[in-house]
Design a protein around this ligand. Structure first.
Ligand code: 6GU
Length: 251
């Protein structure tokens, strides 16, 4: 999988993507992350890439032509028109399903805006997907691009080892992950849940499943609707919720 990032701050991408699991996958040839400096495609005296918005208003806009030429350089290099993701708080909110979907592409281009945004006309010509990483505003698209690259990469076959495998982690099956414990057996007076010390695998699995359902009901009840719970589990969730309501009304 090849990621191409169109940005005014290529250093930020290079520095952010060369460590840990992603760094290892790049070194192993499973991934590549290329940054393309949009400023290199500003063929004017001062390599200017921004200008005032027509109609007035605060701030500066990134101009169409350098963005277009930078995109064309990628298109020429790979020989086809890839999907181009524009990072914007106006986009569709990124999630795990989208990460899996994007992981099937051979190349993905991320277009990072700055200032007050980018001239609409070039967006119309090159962008295929408008994506946000959540309902808050950031100063530029680089951090969102890196967030997405991280999450898409771990869905690419071979990037995670078996031990790191994506399947039983938070969000698979729309349930949060169960709590985990390592040595020592007692820390700050807190003991590891005895079932985990029992060696009884079926009981351990059942406990973990219950903890996942419990956490999701408590912290992300919005996810439960899409999780496939058994009737027994739904009854348990109703019980817990009743209990929590009673506890809250006492306070
Ligand atoms: Cl993708 N870009 C910017 N600038 N701000 C954001 C965002 C993206 N997602 C949430 N806030």
């Amino acid at each position: 999988m090849n990621f191409h990032v169109l940005t005014l701050f290529p250093e930020m991408i290079r520095q952010g993507m060369n460590t840990s699991i992603i760094g290892r996958a790049i070194a192993g040839g499973l991934l590549s992350v290329d940054s393309v400096n949009i400023r290199d495609f500003a063929f004017n005296k001062h390599q200017k890439v921004d200008d005032y918005p027509y109609g007035g208003g605060a701030g500066m806009l990134m101009q169409a032509e350098p963005v277009y030429l930078a995109w064309e350089s990628i298109k020429e290099k790979i020989g086809y028109k890839p999907r181009v993701i524009y990072l914007t708080p106006q986009g569709k909110v990124f999630n795990q399903k989208m990460a899996k979907e994007f992981a099937a592409e051979k190349d993905l281009v991320f277009l990072c805006g700055h200032y007050e945004g980018i001239d609409e006309r070039v967006l119309e010509e090159v962008v295929t997907d408008y994506v946000s990483i959540g309902d808050y505003v950031l100063t530029g698209g680089e951090l969102p691009a890196m967030v997405m690259i991280d999450s898409i990469s771990r869905m690419v076959p071979g990037v995670l080892t078996n031990k790191e495998s994506g399947e039983t982690e938070s969000f698979s099956g729309n349930l949060l992950e169960y709590p985990q414990y390592s040595r020592p057996e007692e820390w700050h007076g807190k003991k590891v849940p005895p079932v985990l010390m029992s060696g009884h695998h079926a009981n351990i699995e059942a406990w973990r499943r219950e903890q996942s359902v419990l956490r999701t009901a408590k912290w992300r009840p919005d996810l439960l609707k899409q999780a496939d719970l058994t009737n027994k589990e739904w009854n348990q969730v109703r019980q817990w919720k009743k209990q929590w309501r009673e506890e809250n009304s006492k306070e």
